[in-house]
Write a protein that binds this ligand. Sequence first.
Ligand SMILES: [Zn+2]
Length: 180
Amino acid sequence: MPPQQAVARLIEGNKRFVARAGASGNGGGAPVAAAFPFAAIVACADSVAAPDLLFDQLPGSLFVLRSAGNGIDGGSLGGLEFAVELMTVSAIMVLGHTNCRIVESAAKAVSGNLALPDHLPALIASLAGLGRVYGQEAITANVVGQVEKLIRVLDRRIRVGELQVVGAVHDLASGEVTLL
Ligand SMILES: [Zn+2]
């Protein structure tokens, strides 16, 4: 798709959204739940379904971070700390997905000790649990590694029962999300 056409498709989509939203501004005329998210989702940038749709939640109900391979780097970690400390989030789900080309490619690069150009090493550094794991096993290992990262940082909130951190995988074929 030519670049100008891609931008035009976004703007046309937003016009349809606004036309459906009416005065409420959130599409479909349902009440706005903005600024009171109850859960945070860390999803992959190339995942097919937006978490709001996947979990059938109103806009604003979820604090959504999307990154390549649902990796959590310093900035994302700060965002999640913000969501827990200053907002209303009491659960964080790290959500991997089947057939993730980013994690599968990263797993091959890590296992093969490949030198990568530009900012790809930073992407690899945001992932976890890789090294001699491939395919679905790498996808699961990365989710588990991200959950461990969060548990280390948010340990106090978890211990007093104010926060739960879970890992899950979204099956693109069935749509089903399975907790790990
Ligand atoms: Zn992915």
